[in-house]
Design a binder for this molecule. Structure first.
Ligand code: PEP
Ligand code: MN
Length: 263
């Protein structure tokens, strides 16, 4: 179902706030790694909206490497995201880790499947029975074929609204958190009609590289970006090292927009 051979037209996903993903537009999703408080998420939402983002990200259920790290505020964090949506009109994207959490996601516009769950086939099958757009992140060591087959698990159960996300993969390089595989974008665009976005934040793991990787994402034809933005990265509950501040996001958005217009 994901194969372009049988469905040559680009899939375009339309959200309630008018955002269109795929088919030549360029979309910006931004926000903190984790939702930390209502004030935090509402404040950041206003700032990214002013810059031109249309989708707010924020983790409520967090897949942390260590069980002793902050695990997310769960349903309470979803409520805070919904407050931010009501105030700004931004659409929402947040990660779902298991299907029993679905009841909390009524007002979330896009369900994110994290890299660690890309091959959680039972979760994928259940998400395939929903009608929400799914943001499917590439697994830490997943091939393109494995990513496409994961999308197929969702689509074969009825839900064809899948957005693919390259977020960096494990390589022998340890200087950065992951290695951004920009080749994924032209390859996936050739093989599938699904939108493909890039998350340079988790790829780099280092805030000062996020802008340049974002420029590369537009240059290779990605359909959008997911960027971690925090007003005080040093104090972030998670992924502070890779979070940029709102002013930097504003500059990043302007710079990437210029390149997108040239394409
Ligand atoms: C995230 O978006 O905060 C996240 C956990 O991403 P990934 O699954 O790509 O590591
Ligand atoms: Mn994160």
């Amino acid at each position: 179902k994901a194969n372009r051979k049988f469905h040559p037209e680009d899939t375009i996903i339309r959200l309630n706030n008018g955002t269109q993903i795929g088919g030549g537009t360029f979309v910006y999703m931004a926000g903190p790694c984790s939702v930390e408080s209502e004030e935090q998420i509402v404040s950041i939402a206003k700032k990214i909206k002013e810059s031109g983002a249309t989708i707010l990200r924020g983790g409520a259920f967090k897949p942390r490497t260590s069980p002793y790290s902050f695990q997310g505020y769960g349903p309470k964090a979803i409520d805070y995201l919904v407050s931010a949506k009501k105030e700004t009109g931004l659409a929402l994207v947040s990660e779902i880790m298991e299907i029993n959490q679905l009841k909390y996601f009524d007002d979330i516009d896009i369900l994110q499947v994290g890299a660690r769950n890309m091959q959680n086939f039972d979760l994928l099958k259940e998400l395939g029975k929903t009608d929400k757009p799914i943001l499917l992140k590439r697994g830490l060591s997943a091939t393109y074929e494995e990513l496409l087959m994961a999308a197929e698990y969702i689509m074969s159960n009825g839900n064809t609204k899948v957005i693919l996300c390259e977020r960096g993969i494990r390589t022998f390089e340890t200087a950065t958190r992951n290695t951004l595989d920009v080749t994924a974008v032209p390859f996936l665009h050739e093989k599938t009609h699904l939108p493909v976005i890039i998350d340079p934040s988790h790829a780099a793991g280092i805030a000062r590289y996020v802008r340049d990787l974002s420029l590369s994402a537009v240059a290779v034809g990605a359909d959008g970006l997911m960027i971690e933005v925090h007003e005080n990265p040093a104090k972030a509950f998670s992924d502070g090292a890779q979070c940029i501040i709102p002013d930097e996001f504003d500059m990043l958005l302007k710079a990437t927009k210029q390149i997108h217009e040239l394409r």
